[in-house]
Structures are given as C-alpha cells and as structure tokens.
Design a binder for this molecule. Structure first.
Ligand SMILES: Nc1ncnc2c1ncn2[C@@H]1O[C@H](COP(=O)(O)OP(=O)(O)OP(=O)(O)O)[C@@H](O)[C@H]1O
Ligand SMILES: [Mg+2]
Length: 1011
C-alpha cells in the first residue's frame, strides 16, 4: 500500500503487480505494537511502523466525514466488505479498547452535541439507535430477543424506501446508552448463534443511527433536519471458487449467501449504469439489498471499506475484493439534505395517509414511487401488487407513528423507551465484567471472534450439571439432557460426562471419566457448544503464561487429535487451502452426523480428501469432499464441500424447528437436506488415457484400471487408440512410421478412440456409461448407457484429431491425456432394511470423541504409472519397427553378398529401408540380383563379409567414396533441421542407436559394407 494505491502481486506468477487506487489505502497488517492497555498503535521501530494505520487514523479519515454528513443532514452508509477474518468487524465495530468506527462515531456524536449545547445552541437533538441482523434472508431485531420466527417483514415506504417492519428504534441520550444497546444486541446475536448454531459470520449486521436536529429556520418555521447513518458489518465473502454452481437442487433452500451475492450484482449493475448502460438493478433479490437500496443507489453518501488479508493463500479473494471495490467506486449517488419545516413534513405524512386510505377503499393500488426506475419484470410487478394492500396498511401505521413521534418531545420518547425496558444489558454488562474478574466461569467461544466471551456461565455451586435439562442450559446437536457435571472441590475443579457416550471434549480429547479442569481448558459439549474454562484464582497465582483461547485454536486441536496435520509450516498454497477447508468441514461433518442421528435421518457423512485425478479431472487442487451414505439402502453420494455446507445450513434450520417443537419440523423429500436424488448419476471412477502413442501414429490396445474417489480400483476398461484418417479409415502401422512426433507438424493426424467395454464394475450400479472431454472441446463425448451388467459392452468408436497439426496439437498428443469418467445410477435397494441412524453411526464410530473419519485417499494412485506404461508400450513398438528395418538391412547385405554385389543403388537401399513391412522389404530385397554391378568382377566378398579383414574394409570404403555420386546422396538426405531436431531427443534406445549408425554408415559410403 502506497498513498491511496493498493498493489497486489500474484505469489505464483511473475506478472506485474496490479494496482488499484481508492480514496484511501490503509495498512494494518504489521508495524504495530500493543500498549499496556491493549491498544494497537504504530511501532516506530518496525519497517512498516510508519504506514501502520491504527483505529483512530481510520476513524479520522472516514468516520469524521460520516459524522459531518449527519450534521449537514445527509444520509450516510458505511459498509465493510471482505473475506472472513479480514478485519471487517475490526474496522466497523472494533475489539475492546481498539474501538472501531461505530463506537467512535457514537461517542463523537454525543461529544459534539454536548459542545453545541454548551455553546448555547437552542437546537433540539434527537438520536435513535437500532441494530438488526440478516441471516439466511431473515431479519432479526437484535434489540428484541423475542423476534418472531421468520424474522421481521421488509416493507417499502414511498419516501423512506425499504424498512424492517416493527424494528425497535430506541432513543439514546449518551454514549453509555449506545454501548449498552450494542452489548444487548451482541448478546442476542451470541445466544442465537450458539443455540441455533447459526454461523454468525454468515450474518450481516446493520447498526442504524438517526440524528435529528430541530430548530427554527430563517423564516421562523420549526424545522427538522434528519440524517440516517447505517453502519454495516457484512458477512465474510465466500472464496471465489466456492460460489460456483453446485448443481444442487437445494441451493435455493439455503439462502446463506443470497444477500452477499445479490449485493455484488447490485453494485455491478449500478456501476454499469454510471457508465451509461441501462442495466436493471436487482435490489429486490435479497433482503440486504432492499434495506441498503437507498445507500447503494439513492440519497446517501456511501463509503465502502474493502478489508483485505495479505497472505499468499488469500490472493484470489483479495484480488476479487479489490475488483469489487473498484466497481463500487464507479457508482455515483445524488444526495440531498433532509431538511424541511416540521409542519410540511407532518402535512405530507397526513396527505400521504389520506391518499393511501382512499386507495385502499377504492381497491385501486398504485405502484410505490421510485419503483419506475427499476425496470421490473411482469412477474415482479404482479408480486408487488399482491403485497401492496398489506403494505399500505403498514405504511399507514408507520406514518401515523412518525407523526406522533414528531409531535412528542425527546424526553417523552426516552421515558416511553425506559418503560418498555431493554437497554439494561449495559448495566448488567458492567456488573458481569466485574464478576468475571474473580468468579470461575465458562466463557463462550464463537467462530466469529466478535461473539466470543459474551456468554458467561458462573460456576459458583459445588456441583453443576450442564445439558439441555441441566443447571446450565446448553442446547445443540448431541447435547444430552444431562450432559456433564462440573464439580468444585475446595477450589479444585473437575469435569465428568454424565454418560460415557455423551460427546465431551477437553482440549480436543474425548472425556470419558472424571478429569481435572484447569484454567484455559477448552471444552466442547455436543458438536456446537464451545467454551473456555476461566479460573481467575488459578490464573493469577500461576507463573504460567496462558495463551488467549480462540475458537480456531479449539477447533485446530480437535483436528490435530484426529490425526490431521495442522502445522502451517512449509505448506504450499494448495495445502494451506486444503487445511483451511478441513478445519471448516470437520466440525460441520460432526454436526451433520449428530443432527442426522437425533432426527433419525438415516444418513452418515464422512469427509474425504480427493485429488483431481481421483475426481476425474486433469487440473485443480486436492479438495475435501463429503461422502453421504444412506445407512439403510447403502446408497452413496459424493458432495462437493459447498453443496454439503449449504445443506448443513438447512439441516440446522430443520434441527432448530425440531428443538422448538415446531410441527411439522420435517421437510418433504424434495426440500429435505438429508435426501439426495436416488436417480442422480454417480461418478463411479475415472481412467486417464495417455495419448502419446498417437503422436507416433502407433496403435495402442490397453486394459486400464478404473480408479474411484478413494483411489481404489473399481474395474477395468479396454481401450484402443488407432491411427486413422479423417473419415475413420484405419492406417496400419505398416503404412507409416514416425520417428519423432515433431515430424507430424503440418500434417493431418487423426486417431480412433475405441472403448470396447468395461469389466468388473460394482454391481450396485446400472445405466453405466463413460464420458470424456477431448482437449479444449466443450461438449463431452459419451457412450451409450447400459444396465444390468457389470461388464458394459459399449463398443464405442470416436475419431479425434487435428487437420494440419500445430506444434501445440502435437505437444498435446505427446504429453496429454483424456480423462475418461465412468458414471452410473445406483440401483434401488432389493429389500428395505430398517436401521436406526444412531446404531449405524455408533457402529461406524462416527459420533464419539475423536471420531472424525477422514478418508485421506491413502491408496494413492500414481498418475505417472499409467503414463510410463504407455511410454514403454510406445517404445516397444518403435523398437519393433526399428528392428524390422535392421533385419531388412541385414538381409539386404546378405543378399548382396550372396549375389556378389559390391554396390547397390541408393534408390533400392532407401526402398528397403523405408519399406513399411517385412514383406515389402522382402520384395525389394528380391530385386538385388537384378541390380547392375559394374564392378561385380572385383567382388571377392564372401558371404561372411562381416569377417572381412580391416584392410578390405578400408579399401571398399575408399572405393565407395570415390565412386558414389555425392549429389544423389545429398538429395536424399534429411534436411538439416530434421537432423538437429533429432539431436535434441532423448538418448535413443539401443536398437535405434545401432540402426542410426548403420544408416549413417550407409549414407557415408552407400555400399553398405561396414556392418
Ligand atoms: N487491523 C487489525 N489489527 C489487529 N487485529 C486485527 C486487525 N484486523 C483484524 N484483526 C483480528 O483478526 C480477527 C478477525 O477479524 P474480524 O473479526 O474483524 O474479521 P471479519 O472480517 O469481521 O470476519 P467475519 O467475516 O468472519 O466476520 C479478529 O480476531 C481481529 O481481532
Ligand atoms: Mg465480522
């Protein structure tokens, strides 16, 4: 980062760095040091100390401007976008003393208001606060722990735009008030996230602050100036690769990422509009974009913070975030000050209400203003009309409420809010913070560090039971009614599971009997309840320096105990990404199994580490995939990580409905996340077919192993690659011989892929077929589908190749391969067996302790093995060819000797040499007796010419040199380039080396007597 510019370099390429320029670029990755209070400030001794931007610097640059907007009566929005863990919450909310923009903004608002008042300003100031969360397309009021199921409805107001109906908007009169409300909101989030085991980092939080100034304008009218400020902490953006299509019909069921991906679409559309294109802006596609409509494309000054993680493994995401920000930069909003005489505002609201009432009475409903510029589809228009009537009523209420509010004094509003309760979180919060300093307690750990430490269970009694019917109530998959007991025996703590089958982990290890409990121990109850035990006395009296416990740390030690290598050292980017995926997947698989077990869903999940070859792909990185098995039917599905994670969110919802006693909690099969399509095709295995033989125009017939996801052989396939012409007419090896593939450049090269059959495939499949993609072609080639056999006879033939081959085409044939994938459908079960999920899972030891079963693909297929087999076969064929030539040459010499020929013409020798087959060579050799031999009288060479004396050899060599016309030889010689090509080859095989020498000898002396 340099001034306003951020530059990024691909760690795996030598490309020029990419540069992006924004209003500001802040560096806070390193160059900081923590002071005694825990505040991170610049470390002047560090090379990056100078450019380190602390929280204050960021606030001074951004927050101050937002506050200025509020004073002037402009709406503002500040939102932070970036991948998980990149520092969005750090910037927007902050941690502890390192306060982010929201608390600093709130603090400053009051400070400035107080200052104005001190100056004798007669303006009345009103500040209100609201806090909501969007999770899975539902709006939850964070200031109301009793938000009803399904969340708040999002409505559209003609003037205010979209709003969450019934959202608590509370008046606040000091920063302490806001702090208390924020704590209340965060606590509600934490409880919901822990109990519903919702992944809170997938939630968006919007803090809304309305700043109203009431004063008399120059004309002496009572005037209201208002500014709405939205401070948005978005959910972490997904890895670019994981947002792709999963092909899962349930994708829509889990709307986890809908808001975020829709925000991207809205930003892209608005950027297009700014550049003059008439693009539709899809605000209506998600709750987030509805609520932020004004901020994104309306009357709001909007600031976007793009949070970046500069680690190598985050390169792709960082680049995508920068591009996102670059697009957002192009959006231009037109803003205006919200200042009007109060009378006028009240009059307008009254008029509006009269109009609405009239419309409702007449049944003639109009579109809401502002809708026209949205280019709605007919379907959307219809939907809007249907919602209108309901909505009008809601607007009527809202307007009436507004009017009433305008008439009320701020004091009246404050009193009302006090009567309604809430906001006490702050007072409690301070008392709890004090208590935590001395009383032993369990402190919650959450995947989102913002939510860690907000739930404290104090351990004051000598014996405390935890569980969903315990003294401390814990809910979640695999949490028993009475799950575990914590005892305090004179200051010495112990923990014990109430039943050995209860899943209880202490520092990553399964607890089956009473164990001592020490300060900083990590505890996991069931699959989702994570805590750290805090014993202040032990901590303060010990010399030990206890590390800060995080959720990641607790998760990593579980993974480590399950035998997964969690060390971060010397890991390639792909391995680091795999490790990150594993950390996410392992607890999710545990949770899915626990839910399946509790709901008796008959499904078992296992994670597998799968190489691209095992997936039947030629490129890509090793990935985590999930094997889902129906324990009754034994049907299997292999799910990519994204599909599994999406389904897991639906499983969580289903489980919550079950816990809440909702009837029916179960979903119909088409919506059930535990049910997958029985008719879905299953990828049985893959075969890599190397094409090298075709680059030598040699036919190949091979029986190759079909390898499944786990790396096991699941059958064999018989394939042939036969050189042919474009029409498919096969070319016999006798007709061509390629010594080096480069000879084929510029020529037409075709071959036929014959897929005769597969053998020994697992009998549980039917509708068996094979498919593959050739080179860069888009459309896959497929065999017919065959059922009721384990040995499908496909008899498939397909011509592939290139007209006028380029060097690249040849390189592809020489080093490339076709990935043949074998697919089939699983047969329906012969008989229905009834199996209890719990029994099946316990049998599979999947739910207890370090039960996580990672299939690490230990039977690794060596992708090089088959390649070498093909290479050997090609070499064997080449050797055969060369040996045949050698034999022909020998025979020729024998014949020449037999017929006492001292000389043969080059033409004949070449004919023999290039004869495509032994027979053809024989025919040419038969011509030797007819060869003219003007020196035949001199010939005294016996049939055992090989035993001729050295003298004779020298003599004949000399004669040859003198007598043979060199010009003829030159004409027939290979071009120099061909020669140099050849010299760059790998060392020739023995047979080839001999033959080459022989040919060279022949070329030199042409009389072939030097063998
Ligand atoms: N500039 C910073 N200096 C010091 N620590 C930071 C900084 N930015 C982030 N962190 C730390 O990194 C961790 C992750 O940051 P944060 O919670 O802000 O990420 P996020 O982008 O909000 O992630 P998510 O999408 O999961 O909510 C936190 O523990 C936070 O304290
Ligand atoms: Mg966050």
């Amino acid at each position: 980062m340099n001034g306003p510019t951020t530059q990024i370099t691909d760690p795996e390429a030598n490309d020029e760095p990419r540069k992006f320029t924004f209003d500001y670029s802040f560096w806070s990755h390193d160059g900081s040091k923590e002071d005694a209070n825990g505040y991170y400030g610049p470390d002047t001794s560090h090379p990056n100390g100078k450019k380190f931007a602390d929280q204050k610097k960021v606030y001074d640059s951004l927050g101050v401007a937002v506050l200025q907007n509020a004073w002037e009566g402009y709406n503002s929005t500040l939102f932070a976008y970036g991948q998980t863990g990149s520092g969005k919450s750090w910037s927007v909310v902050g941690y502890g003393i390192n306060k982010g923009i929201v608390p600093m903004f709130c603090d400053d608002v009051f400070k400035q208001v107080e200052a104005k008042k001190a100056e004798g300003d007669k303006t009345e100031f009103e500040i209100t606060f609201s806090m909501l969360e969007i999770y899975n397309e539902q709006v939850r009021d964070l200031l109301d722990s009793r938000t009803k199921k399904g969340g708040l409805r999002v409505r559209q107001h003609p003037k205010l735009g979209f709003y969450a109906e019934g959202l608590k908007i509370v008046p606040v009169q000091s920063y302490t008030d806001i702090e208390a409300r924020m704590e209340e909101g965060t606590q509600n989030r934490t409880v919901a996230s822990t109990n519903m085991n919702a992944t809170s980092s997938r939630a968006h939080t919007i803090v809304g602050i309305t700043f109203i100034q009431k004063f008399q304008n120059a004309a002496g009218e009572d005037t209201t100036k208002s500014a709405v400020t939205n401070l948005v902490d978005l959910a972490g953006s997904e890895r670019a690769e994981s947002t792709g299509a999963t092909g899962d019909r349930l994708k829509e069921g889990a709307a986890i990422n809908q808001s975020l991906s829709c925000l991207g679409n809205v930003i892209a559309a608005l950027a297009d509009r700014s550049s003059g294109k008439n693009t539709r802006v899809p605000y209506r596609d998600s709750v987030l974009t509805k609520l932020l409509k004004n901020a994104l494309g309306g009357n709001s000054k909007t600031i976007m913070i793009a949070a970046l993680s500069p680690a190598d493994i985050n390169y792709d995401e960082t680049l995508s975030t920068l591009r996102y920000a670059d697009r957002a930069k192009q959006i231009k909003n037109s803003t205006s000050v919200n200042e009007d005489p109060t009378e006028k505002l009240i009059r307008e609201l009254q008029e509006e209400n009269e109009k609405l009432k009239a419309m409702l009475a007449s049944g003639k409903l109009e579109m809401v203003a502002g809708e026209e510029d949205e280019d709605l589809t007919e379907e959307e228009k219809k939907q809007i009309k249907e919602e209108l009537e309901d909505q009008y009523k809601s607007i009527l209420d809202k307007n009436a409420q507004e009017m009433e509010d305008m008439k009320k004094t701020f004091e009246e509003k404050l009193k009302e809010a006090e009567q309604k309760g809430g906001g006490g979180g702050g007072a409690d919060f301070h008392a709890i913070a004090e208590k935590k300093k001395t009383v032993p307690h369990l402190s919650n750990l959450n995947l989102d560090p913002q939510l860690s430490g907000h739930i404290s269970h104090f351990l004051e009694a000598p014996e405390i039971c935890l569980g969903f019917e315990g003294d401390i109530v814990l809910k979640g998959p695999s949490v028993a009614a009475k799950h575990a007991i914590i005892r305090n025996d004179g200051g010495k703590f112990t923990i014990e599971p109430c039943d050995v089958t209860n899943r209880l982990l202490q520092n990553g290890k399964a607890v089956v009997s009473k164990q001592p409990l020490n300060h900083n121990d990590r505890l996991i109850f069931g699959t989702t309840q994570y805590f750290v035990f805090v014993n202040p006395k032990q901590r303060d009296s010990s010399k030990e320096k206890y590390p800060e416990v995080t959720f990641d740390m607790a998760q990593e030690e579980v993974a480590k105990k399950s035998g997964f290598d969690m060390s971060g050292e010397n890991k390639s980017r792909d391995d680091a990404l795999l490790q990150e995926d594993m950390l996410e997947i392992m607890p999710a698989v545990e949770e899915a199994n626990a839910i399946s077990q509790e709901l008796d869903k008959k499904m078992k999940f296992e994670s597998m580490i799968v190489s691209p070859e095992a997936r039947g792909e030629q490129t890509g990185r090793t990935e985590v995939m999930i094997k889902a098995t129906n324990v009754e039917t034994k049907h299997e599905w292999i799910w990519p990580k994204v599909k599994f994670m999406n389904r897991k969110y639906v499983m969580q919802e289903m489980y919550n409905d079950f816990l809440d006693g909702d009837d029916p909690w179960d979903l119909p099969p088409e919506k059930d996340p535990f049910v997958d399509d029985i008719n879905a095709e299953f990828h049985i295995g893959s075969v890599k077919i190397w094409l090298q033989s075709t680059s030598y125009m040699i036919a190949m017939k091979e029986q190759l192993d079909i390898i499944d996801y786990r790396g096991y052989e699941v059958g064999k396939v018989n394939i042939e690659l036969v050189p042919c012409d474009k029409s498919g007419k096969e070319i016999s090896e006798d007709e061509v011989f390629v010594e080096d593939p480069s000879e084929l450049v510029g020529k037409d090269v075709y071959f036929k892929l014959k897929l005769e059959n597969a053998m020994g495939l697992p009998s549980k499949f039917t509708d068996l077929y094979a498919k593959y993609i050739f080179n860069h072609e888009q459309k896959p080639f497929e065999t017919k589908k065959l059922g009721n056999t384990i040995n499908p006879q496909w008899k498939f033939n397909q011509v592939h190749g290139f007209a006028k081959c380029t060097a690249d085409d040849i390189a592809f044939l020489k080093d490339g391969a076709i990935m043949l994938q074998i697919w089939g459908k699983q047969k329906p079960p012969k008989e229905k067996r009834t199996v209890n999920t719990k029994d099946a899972l316990v049998k599979g030891a999947l739910t207890k302790g370090q039960s996580h079963n990672v299939n690490t693909n230990n039977k690794k297929v060596d992708p090089e093995k088959v390649k070498y087999m093909v290479k050997c076969a090609v070499l064997e064929k080449k050797t055969q060819h060369l040996e045949q030539k050698l034999a022909a040459m020998k025979k020729m010499l024998e014949e020449a000797n037999k017929h006492k020929k001292r000389k043969l013409t080059i033409e004949l020798i070449q004919k023999i040499y290039h004869a495509p087959s032994s027979d053809a060579a024989e025919k040419c050799i038969a011509l030797i007796p007819q060869e003219k031999d003007d020196t035949s009288s001199e010939s005294s060479t016996s049939s055992s010419s090989s035993s001729s004396s050295d003298e004779e050899k020298k003599k004949s060599k000399k004669e040859a040199k003198e007598k043979k016309p060199k010009a003829v030889l030159k004409k027939k010689e290979k071009p120099a380039s061909a020669k140099s090509n050849r010299s760059s080859h790998k060392p020739p095989s023995k047979a080839r080396a001999q033959t080459s020498d022989a040919i060279r000898g022949q070329n030199k002396s042409s009389s072939c007597v030097l063998l």
